[in-house]
Design a protein around this ligand. Structure first.
Ligand code: 3PG
Length: 221
């Protein structure tokens, strides 16, 4: 798929909700009730991280049984992870970092890919290959909004989905930045709440998160 089409498709996905819950799931049976709680709270886009043995089955179950959810597969570190994400039927794949191998593999397939960046060098790797929508990870430890401001100088067209250290207390501040399309984080559905089946708590958190306005929508309101 051309980089322009990938950017357009990803921009549509990232406009569906201001917050993308980053999910680490240890029991695939929890996936469908979890996704239903998030969708009920207004968060349709989820990132299922490939950090557990249950992740693939969990992502597959959501794709099959929760059609309103848009499933991204995260913690994509290798070409094999990218292929796994495509087989699951994910809407996109997302990585905490970037490598030439990942970008080459992504360019061969149809699955929109969001590389992760932290530095200007990472951005050169991405931008010179047509990737202009990137994850900024770990956002808070890597300098926060000041880093996005600084990177905006040499890379004025890049848009960011920051994750890492973002929570209910600071999400609105991140979303108010014109270069931020959405934010991600584990705070909406933490591992302990998933284990406990605390769907109502997760839904309430999702509802508060979904009420946040990204800059693009706040500017029109
Ligand atoms: C990610 O992969 O995006 C992070 O693990 C999310 O970071 P957080 O746990 O600080 O929200």
């Amino acid at each position: 798929m051309s980089s322009g089409k990938v950017y357009a498709r990803l921009s549509e996905v990232f406009a569906l909700a201001p917050v993308i819950p980053v999910i680490t799931i240890e029991d695939a049976a929890a996936a469908v009730p979890l996704a239903r709680a998030l969708v009920a709270g207004g968060l349709r886009v989820v990132e299922i991280t490939l950090r557990t043995d249950a992740a693939v089955d969990a992502a597959r179950a959501i794709v099959a049984e929760v059609p309103e959810a848009v499933v991204g597969v995260g913690t994509v570190l290798t070409r094999a992870d990218l292929e796994r994400a495509a087989r699951i039927g994910a809407a996109f794949a997302i990585s905490p970092g970037v490598s030439l191998d990942l970008l080459q593999a992504a360019a061969l397939g149809d699955l929109p890919f969001v590389p992760g960046i932290q530095t200007a060098s990472d951005l050169i790797t991405c931008v010179t290959r047509g990737y202009e929508l990137v994850k900024f990870f770990p956002a808070v430890p890597a300098g926060g909004l000041a880093t996005i401001d600084a990177l905006g100088g040499p890379f004025p067209t890049v848009r960011f989905c920051p994750t890492g250290g973002i929570g209910e207390a600071n999400a609105a501040q991140w979303l108010a930045h014109p270069k931020v399309v959405a934010v991600g984080g584990s705070w909406v559905a933490p591992v302990a709440d998933i284990k406990a089946g605390a769907w109502a708590t997760i839904e309430a958190r999702a509802r508060r998160a979904s009420a946040l306005l990204p800059y693009s929508q706040a500017a029109q309101a």
